[in-house]
Design a protein around this ligand. Structure first.
Ligand code: SF4
Length: 189
């Protein structure tokens, strides 16, 4: 939060200067739309998280969508069986970018108490997971904590790198490469 404040400079005349990355990330983290689906018992805790006592809406993530095409957050809450795995993958593929995934509970993270032939041993075998939440089941507070960690992760992203063609190269990489080139030139001279 302190870092977020540092990235906004507000003048007395009502003008705010900040970066496009910050605005994109702030908008994205403040309006996450989770996909409506649950696989087993953990989904009950997820539903409780969305209800009035825990109120997931406080974090801008309370609007569960009934279509993957309107969702940008997949919360895998429950036991992913091998039979269900292709369906989970299809739903994930139907979600538009940018999108994120939370593995909620031991089953979604590692297969949990089911090291059996019928259970996928972690949903990260079929979709990329951003945040893992331990527990069997995790309480709603744990899901809210995982959601906040995901928001922190979103704030570290650089969405404009695709616009300005820097690809996956970070500013540190660019500065490191420049320093190496300068050293090489000095050595040659
Ligand atoms: S982690 Fe525990 S509570 Fe969650 S789906 Fe698996 S068995 Fe059920």
């Amino acid at each position: 939060m302190a870092k977020e404040r540092e990235e906004i400079v507000e003048s007395s005349s009502g003008i705010i200067t900040t970066t496009v990355d910050f605005v994109f990330n702030w908008a994205r983290k403040s309006a996450l739309w989770p996909m409506t689906f649950g696989l087993a018992c953990c989904a009950i805790e997820m539903m409780a998280t969305g209800a009035s006592r825990f109120d997931m809406d406080r974090f801008g993530a309370g609007v569960f969508r009934p279509s993957p095409r309107q969702s940008d957050l997949m919360i895998v809450a429950g036991t992913p069986t091998l039979k269900m795995a292709p369906i989970i993958k299809r739903v994930w593929d139907q979600m538009p970018e940018p999108k994120w995934c939370i593995a909620m509970g031991a089953c979604a993270s590692t297969g949990g108490p089911f090291p059996t032939y019928s259970t996928l041993q972690g949903v990260d075998r079929i979709v990329p997971v951003d945040v893992y939440i331990p527990g069997c089941p995790p309480r709603p507070e744990a899901l809210l904590y995982g959601l906040m960690r995901l928001q922190d992760k979103i704030m570290q992203e650089q969405p404009t790198r695709f616009v300005f063609g820097r690809g996956n190269v970070s500013q540190e990489d660019v500065e490191g490469a420049a320093a190496t080139t300068a050293e090489g030139e000095n050595a040659a001279a």
